[in-house]
Design a protein around this ligand. Structure first.
Ligand code: NAD
Length: 378
């Protein structure tokens, strides 16, 4: 942990308590507890690819409750570049082999795993065993069994586990959750959620290599569409049917290109999702008994936008990654709710596996039965 100046601490308290009182997922008791908070938590990024370089590291310069304390990289040339740029001391720089030594490093409280999907479980588990809190990027792992291993390791070590699901800390998404909770537009009847982009470059990239990615569009962008369908209905699905489409098999040799899936929810609401590495789409639309709401885009970094049958939505644009990492740091420091816990990542992987199972059986409906431990509907 790092001590922060009295001035920035006062600023942090003012902002923190105000924000906490206004934010539905942070109870007032927690806001009051923030008066005892004096430290920023140190974060180590594992994997210094594009997401760490262009989103997470810059966001960590603006976070109020955590800061970039260390790096873990398999590319030696990046060490001095990052050390200079972010003033990282040599003892806070690790590689994949000496990573376990992080357990003796007092500056690093949180390990943030930002590696190809096949490496999420290994590094999340090693981080937990080193006694560090863990943020794991999406998708949580290659399969449900690996998700269980990560959750088990974090529980055994007594450390917190959060997913890199930045949208749960973002105001447009929080507004959607409020519409559902307060039935602003009545009961939700139907949700359409698309999360897709067109991939044309470097067919050798790890995202198109099943051994490294665990799947194609579904595990990459599809996770956003699954999440949208769930928070726009406030429920976990009870069934899923799915279809796969392939139009560029010469490019998508190893992973899925386009998938559609339909969910049924306990209330009777239904959802259709589309995810693709071949078309561009980024939208959430819900029609309800007394109106409708829409986010478009719904899951890009910034800026999101939205409108409803009652008028446009307009929220302050802030780095989603900053908000997300501050939420997780406050969960550790103040025991505020974990807005994107590991169980949520596991739930989504259960749904991913059910979608692949439905496709393998020519679209036959797969039944889902989420018990209370995965019940993070909203
Ligand atoms: P990237 O390809 O830009 O970076 C991957 C990093 O892993 C690189 O530093 C690379 O050197 C390292 N690496 C180690 N072993 C590797 C191997 N065998 N093959 C390829 N790279 C290897 O990827 P990225 O876009 O930074 O994505 C990293 C993770 O972050 C993924 O799990 C991805 O799903 C997730 N991500 C999340 C978001 C979000 O909005 N939450 C956005 C982008 C990426």
């Amino acid at each position: 942990m790092k001590a922060i100046s009295r001035r920035s601490f006062t600023k942090q308290l003012t902002k923190g308590a105000g924000a906490a009182a206004l934010t539905s997922h942070i109870p007032l008791a927690c806001a009051m507890k923030s008066s005892t908070q004096k430290k920023k938590l140190g974060v180590a990024l594992v994997g210094l690819g594009s997401y760490s370089t262009y989103q997470l590291a810059p966001a960590l310069e603006d976070t109020e409750h955590c800061y970039l304390a260390g790096i873990v990289t398999g590319t030696p040339e990046k060490e001095s570049v990052w050390a200079r740029k972010y003033n990282i001391p040599a003892e806070n720089i690790f590689n994949y082999s000496n990573f376990d030594g992080i357990k003796d490093n007092k500056d690093i409280d949180i390990v943030y795993v930002v590696l190809p999907n096949s490496m999420h479980a290994e590094f999340s588990i090693r981080a937990a065993r080193a006694g560090k809190h863990v943020i794991c990027e999406k998708p949580m792992a290659m399969n449900v069994a690996e998700c269980d291993e990560i959750i088990k390791a974090c529980e055994a070590a007594g450390v917190k586990l959060g997913m890199g699901y930045r949208l749960h800390s973002e105001p447009y998404t929080q507004e959607v959750k409020r519409f559902v909770r307060e039935k602003t537009f009545g009961e939700i009847l139907y949700v359409s959620a698309d999360a897709a982009y067109r991939s044309t470059s470097n067919p050798g990239q790890w995202r198109l290599n099943r051994k490294l990615s665990g799947g194609g569009a579904l595990v990459n962008m599809g996770v956003y569409a699954i999440q949208s369908a769930i928070y726009a209905t406030g429920q976990n699905p009870v069934s899923v049917s799915a279809q796969e489409f392939s139009t560029r098999p010469e490019y998508f040799k190893d992973t899925d290109e386009t998938i559609t899936a339909q969910f049924e929810f306990p209330s009777g609401a239904v959802a259709n999702i589309m995810t693709s590495h071949n078309v561009r789409a980024n939208r959430l639309f819900a029609t309800c008994t007394n109106g409708w709401f829409e986010l478009d885009p719904a899951s890009t970094y910034i800026p999101l936008a939205g409108r409803t049958s009652g008028g446009p939505l307009d929220f302050k644009q802030e780095s989603q990654q900053k908000l997300q990492m501050d939420d997780f740091a406050q969960h550790i420091l103040l025991d505020t709710p974990n807005v994107a816990p590991g169980e949520m990542g596991k739930r989504d992987m259960i749904i991913v596996e059910a979608i692949y199972a439905s496709i393998a059986k020519n679209g036959i409906k797969q039944h889902l039965d989420f018990k209370t431990n995965y019940g993070f509907g909203n």
